[in-house]
Design a protein around this ligand. Structure first.
Ligand code: MRU
Length: 368
């Protein structure tokens, strides 16, 4: 997508041909730093400390981490060690394991002398594939938005609520939940987006709002607790969120607070959609609540909040007493029964084992 008129992806290979440039998202919307990462340790830090985040982008970043290691040491032992090191960075997004497996499956059969070049080629392929999957998700999601728009008065916007950032910043480009929104805007279908701030890290306020503003999409920032009220008053036509891991049964793990939005949506007959590329489906897991590991992040993310002062410096302030302990589960699971549909690259699936199996028979068969 464009930033100040220039096209960017979230990650790319530097002009030196091997190191990796990425947008350091920690400082958005206040500044837009691009960092150059030259080591596997740097890649691990970028994922763990959320310079990059969002399930698909975490996977692609890890793939480039493998490529960097193969350049230094292409042995089987190095391949296994880098898989372990990068897999340990964040536990919930399944795209991380998917991308690391894809890299290892490609590289293992090759002679060591060919592995580095093949690793960069495979990482680039995974990045390009992500863009294509997101565009396809956009086309299928657009059909849903168009259908809702058809029932509105001319010019009246389709009101969409989203949580966290499942935008182009969370992927290589386009985003998952935002892809249908960007396409609708291109097609001149009026949309308006309610952006949940998404405490504690405020991915909605910092990232989604910045994306919407950058692309001229009408939007309103709301506190996380506002969604139920908005839905009760008919102000939301649909919810679209992303996901870090969706089970073979259609349970959806996403940023903490997603489940509460799904409950409010169900109670108010607002359709709750989840946009996801197929690498986000964990075919080995059926019960999301019991089986998906939920990342526990630092309590400081709850007790301290980042913001920009009037002089433009970005700083952190404490919002609770020093001695108050905080807990920070980063994700929750929305049971499939609350999900109106899973918008994938192959179409919109019912959130159930049968629904997913219909669209991905080859994957479901192996998983059964
Ligand atoms: O902790 P984050 O910022 O990595 O969490 C991101 C999300 O929860 C996104 O909604 C999810 O990864 C889908 S991204 C297309």
């Amino acid at each position: 997508m464009k930033v100040s008129g220039k096209h960017y992806r979230t990650i790319w290979v530097n002009e030196d041909g091997w190191s990796v440039d990425l947008i350091d998202q920690r400082w958005l919307p206040h500044s837009f730093p691009v960092e150059n990462v030259r080591t596997v340790e740097g890649i691990a830090t970028a994922i763990r400390d959320m310079w990059v985040r969002g399930a698909p982008l975490i996977g692609v970043t890890a793939a480039y981490g493998v490529a960097i290691r193969m350049r230094e040491d292409a042995s089987d032992a190095a391949l296994d060690a880098v898989w372990d090191e990068l897999h340990a960075t964040r536990p919930t997004a399944i795209n991380l394991r998917w991308a690391l497996d894809a890299m290892r499956d490609t590289l293992r059969p090759l002679p060591e002398s060919e592995r580095a070049a093949a690793a960069y080629a495979r990482a680039a392929e995974i990045a390009d594939e992500d863009v294509e999957l997101n565009r396809a998700i956009g086309r299928h999601g657009l059909e849903i938005i168009t259908e809702i728009a058809r029932k509105k008065k001319p010019g009246e916007p389709v009101n969409i609520l989203t949580h966290c950032n499942a935008g182009w910043l969370a992927t290589v480009d386009y985003g998952t939940a935002t892809s249908p929104i960007y396409l609708a805007t291109e097609e001149n279908i009026p949309v308006h987006v309610y952006v949940d701030e998404t405490r504690p890290r405020n991915q909605g306020a910092h990232l989604t709002a910045w994306e919407m503003a950058g692309h001229g999409v009408p939007h309103t920032l709301v506190v996380d607790n506002a969604g139920g009220h908005l839905m009760q008053h008919g102000m939301v036509d649909m919810v679209i969120v992303g996901t870090d891991r969706t089970t073979a049964n259609g349970d959806v793990c996403n940023k903490i607070g997603t489940y509460l939005k799904a409950l409010a949506a169900k109670d108010n007959n607002v359709p709750f959609y989840v946009a996801l590329p197929s690498p986000t489906i964990d075919w080995t897991v059926r019960d999301g609540v019991k089986e998906i590991p939920i990342e526990e992040r630092s309590p400081d993310e709850v007790s301290l909040i980042w913001g920009c002062t009037e002089d433009g410096s970005v700083t952190q302030v404490r919002i609770s007493p020093d001695e108050t302990p905080a807990a920070n589960p980063a994700f929750d699971v929305t049971p499939a029964r609350l999900v109106a549909g899973l918008i994938t690259e192959r179409g919109v699936a019912e959130a159930s084992a049968e629904g997913l199996a219909k669209l991905f028979p080859e994957k479901a068969k192996v998983a059964a």
